[in-house]
Design a binder for this molecule. Structure first.
Ligand code: SF4
Ligand code: SF4
Length: 415
């Protein structure tokens, strides 16, 4: 029986919708259940003048999804950036995917945890009420979202071939939360410590240990990683050119604002991609508000960003770990250890995007606002893009997450 009780909600993360409608545009796909299709059909939209000659639904695998208008807006978004279904029939009649965003309910085998999509500006900037104040609505949504899916409740994989009990997965996750909370170090150093800890864990059969032995082992890794952070000052050395090229390709997949409809022409996407691969001249405009900025300037040393500046990415990493939303069905079915690598890669990605916005705003270095924008872009396609699940992208991600490569990227863009 699936345990649908909500685990502790983080009081440090806030959310209230700002009504910006960003989640009703772009590549967001609102897949519909049969009941939702029937409900929307019964609302009689085809008789409204705004829907003349426009299909409400499009095929999506063996389901239907909401159609988009030319330019990429959801077919139900009106010119005031309001949802027509919401305005006419109330919020409860919208598709579940719309009502659930930006929340993700993560069944962990030991209750349900809440992850958030940090591409939502309200989440990235920590706008609104603490999540603890939203417990009742998150609770009510849990049954609807999860439906006791047995696949999601299966024990998580640690590596490709090793499975862990959920309790072990929580203990391993807690090691990284402790390293991230070691505030005697700056965040860049803490992330490097996490990368080192991933490497140490990768060679161990943690599945063969009982809980007390695992705790002792994880404590030893914690001591080792913090001693290394203390004794080995982080060096900022340039990653090899091939690594930087692969990193820019990865950034392109996350930062580019793909849209359904006319604006998503294959040629435009290919051109942006090729310019990111090339890496000379100016960064292509990945999205409407992306600043005009030369590539080379983004590789300048900027020093260690203060904690108040990196707060959005520190909060994002913490919440994603606490929710355990970084592996399994929430991240392309990656095993836990590989999901950790991908999660910490979002740190240099966020810093790269934040640097671009800082240059665009004529700031000497990113401020917290630039960092929040960086978090949004680095999370834009996190775990939801079919392209990133292609073998070639999985292979690229695996290469970028190798210890020495990831260490260099973190230090290069994180200081
Ligand atoms: S992106 Fe976030 S703030 Fe904007 S409308 Fe969607 S949920 Fe609200
Ligand atoms: S149905 Fe409404 S809430 Fe959902 S994506 Fe469309 S406009 Fe946004």
């Amino acid at each position: 029986m699936t345990d649908l009780s909500l685990a502790n909600l983080p009081e440090y993360q806030c959310f209230d919708c700002q009504g910006c409608a960003a989640c009703c545009k772009g590549i967001f796909t609102i897949a519909l259940s049969e009941e939702e299709v029937a409900r929307i059909r019964a609302q009689g939209w085809e008789h409204e003048p705004e829907f003349k000659g426009i299909k409400l639904f499009m095929p999506y695998g063996d389901k239907l999804r909401l159609n988009h208008r030319k330019g990429g807006d959801c077919v139900f978004l009106n010119s005031d950036n309001r949802c027509r279904i919401h305005a006419k029939f109330g919020a409860d009649t919208k598709p579940l995917a719309c009502r659930a965003y930006p929340f993700k309910h993560i069944p962990t085998g030991e209750g349900v945890r809440i992850d958030l999509r940090y591409d939502c500006p309200a989440v990235a900037t920590n706008f609104g009420r603490p999540l603890t104040a939203l417990r009742a609505e998150l609770d009510a949504m849990a049954t609807e979202v999860i439906r006791g899916d047995p696949v999601e409740m299966a024990p998580p994989r640690f590596t490709e071939a090793i499975y862990l009990p959920w309790g072990h997965a929580a203990r391993v996750t807690d090691l990284f939360l402790r390293l991230l909370a070691a505030e005697e170090f700056d965040l860049t150093t803490r992330v490097v410590g996490c990368v080192d800890a991933i490497e140490l864990l990768g060679s161990l059969r943690v599945d063969q240990l009982d809980a007390p032995s695992l705790d002792i082992l994880l404590n030893t890794i914690f001591q080792k990683a913090t001693a290394s952070m203390r004794m080995n000052p982080l060096e900022r050395t340039a990653p090899p050119a091939m690594v930087l090229t692969a990193f820019r390709q990865h950034l392109c997949l996350y930062g580019r604002e793909d849209r359904w409809g006319a604006k998503s022409s294959f040629f435009q996407r290919l051109l942006t991609y090729l310019r990111m691969v090339d890496g000379s001249g100016f960064v292509p405009r990945l999205r409407a508000d992306f600043p005009k900025v030369p590539f080379f300037i983004l590789d300048d040393p900027l020093g260690i960003p203060p904690d108040e500046v990196v707060e959005p990415i520190a909060r994002c990493l913490r919440l994603r770990l606490e929710s355990m939303g970084y592996f399994g069905p929430n991240f392309y079915n990656y095993p836990l250890l590989h999901g950790l690598g991908a999660l910490f890669l979002t740190y240099p990605m966020t810093c790269w995007f934040a640097r671009a916005y800082a240059v665009g705003r004529k700031l000497p270095a990113p401020d917290a606002d630039c960092m929040a924008r960086g978090v949004q872009l680095a999370n834009h396609a996190y775990g939801i893009s079919p392209v990133q699940n292609l073998p070639v992208e999985r292979a690229r991600l695996a290469n970028l997450c190798k210890r020495q490569t990831l260490r260099k990227l973190v230090a290069w863009y994180g200081r």
